[in-house]
Design a protein around this ligand. Sequence first.
Ligand SMILES: Cc1cc2nc3c(=O)[nH]c(=O)nc-3n(C[C@H](O)[C@H](O)[C@H](O)COP(=O)(O)OP(=O)(O)OC[C@H]3O[C@@H](n4cnc5c(N)ncnc54)[C@H](O)[C@@H]3O)c2cc1C
Length: 232
Amino acid sequence: MASSSSQITLRVRPEALTDPEALRQAALRQAQRAGVAGPADDDVLRIVRRSWDARKRPVMAQVVVAWGEEASTEDPAWPEVSEDAPSVLIVGAGPAGLFAGLECLMQGLRPILIERGKDVRARRRDLARLNREHVVNPDSNYCFGEGGAGTYSDGKLYTRSKKRGDMKEALAWLVAHGADPDILVDAHPHIETNRLPQVVTAIRETIEARGGQVLFNTRLVDMESSEGRFVA
Ligand SMILES: Cc1cc2nc3c(=O)[nH]c(=O)nc-3n(C[C@H](O)[C@H](O)[C@H](O)COP(=O)(O)OP(=O)(O)OC[C@H]3O[C@@H](n4cnc5c(N)ncnc54)[C@H](O)[C@@H]3O)c2cc1C
């Protein structure tokens, strides 16, 4: 088991996760076994990573607990952008488009998202029709519409890629829009099928409330360029 003076990995029964004293005792025992300093009496333990081992009974939790100084975790706040801020046209309101919209706000740019499909709620009716009558709306289906492909899956967030920046920030942005904070520590986080559309809606509301625009039923059909710039 890996351990350090302010962080240690434990294997505990699930009940210990909601029992601070049991967790502390487990941390002290493990620290003693590893020959490192355990948490002091006034240290508050934080679970920073959690996974489950359900291969055999009893099911066990594997957690990394930390104590001591915590890295600052300020809630992300998206600034309002003025109408004359430079605007950025974003094609598609899938995960990439929605996050690009949030990032534009962070950079003081005004995002204008165009989405060929419908908003996430109206899209659900087209999915019901697809399943019931086998009629496919080419602009509003399992792949097209607000939230993009996978909006009606359970929203697995398994990637831990570090190649393109800090995943933690993306997860924090999802939490800021209603995802369960557990996704910040779970080894195999997912947003849940019922909650994912609400998170998508909340992201769109942030974009609109801060001066951006989201236009549905609006499809990019062509682009013209002039002097190295797209003009339409
Ligand atoms: C059934 C299913 C389940 C999935 N489950 C998961 C999962 O659990 N976890 C996970 O990480 N990934 C999952 N994925 C993959 C994930 O959905 C994709 O990686 C992700 O959606 C890609 O995001 P994107 O924004 O790049 O593209 P997309 O999600 O494809 O978004 C593109 C958006 O652009 C719009 N658009 C397309 N053309 C135009 C146009 N000409 N004009 C205007 N708008 C346009 C589309 O309507 C769409 O909303 C799943 C995919 C599917 C299909």
